[in-house]
Design a binder for this molecule. Sequence first.
Ligand code: NAP
Length: 251
Amino acid sequence: MSQTPGDDRKTLVLTGASRGIGHATVKRFSREGWRVITCSRQEFADNCPWPAGPEDHIRVDLSDQEDVGYAISEIRRRLEANGSELHALVNNAAISPKAEAGARLDSIRTPMHVWRDVFQVNFFAPIMLARGLFKELAAARGSIVNVTSIVGSRVHPFAGTAYATSKAALNSLTREMAADFGPAGIRVNAIAPGEIETAILSPGTEKMIDDIPLRRLGQTAEVADVIYFLCSNQSSYVNGAELHINGGQHV
Ligand SMILES: NC(=O)c1ccc[n+]([C@@H]2O[C@H](COP(=O)([O-])OP(=O)(O)OC[C@H]3O[C@@H](n4cnc5c(N)ncnc54)[C@H](OP(=O)(O)O)[C@@H]3O)[C@@H](O)[C@H]2O)c1
């Protein structure tokens, strides 16, 4: 169901909703009665498993700055129907390029154009979206959740350097934005997943289970629950935090 005039559902804008953690997140918020505006490169799928229409999907390539600018104006236009209020923005989409045969792209071999693409999608697009939707977020005293990663704070066997540093930067950005957006009533937090069962994982991740205190991979729904918590009033005094969702892997 799309937004209709007089519709008083809360609204979430979510990037990267087509699979993995984003997919679980849109299902979680829909279940709670939220309208979810999804953003990714793919077209809206008619067999979408949650109650949405193409009006609630925006096709955008976050690696293209101009396209992000267009998407922001399109989101703002679609929010007009409910008084231009946005209750949550979840910056979830990310890319993690690999070398041949899935090997880690290190700081010596990563081509500069790859590095720039990774930072555009994983770091600059979240800044652009947050700033571009500031007015709507402030109107609803909304919440921003940036999806970072455990690899932002340690070298990982599979995750590349560009990806890791983009996530570290996104965590710093979360702190800065929490300070800058807080006076407008907007909370800004991050979640840092560990090894979650999705397509982004490299073969061999199963071997890391022995180093995870809970001795298992995480599920996308477990991540979506924490994102939902951070966008709800249950976390009304949580601001500038990065929550670990990793079964204790960081200890
Ligand atoms: N899985 C894990 O274990 C893990 C661990 C730590 C952190 N994370 C983080 O969690 C988030 C989600 O991860 P995931 O595993 O669910 O990822 P995923 O399965 O690879 O999904 C990535 C999503 O981002 C979208 N996307 C990618 N490039 C895009 C672009 N240029 N423009 C617009 N959308 C784009 C994709 O949709 P389209 O292909 O349709 O564009 C897709 O919906 C990411 O930020 C990731 O870094 C994941």
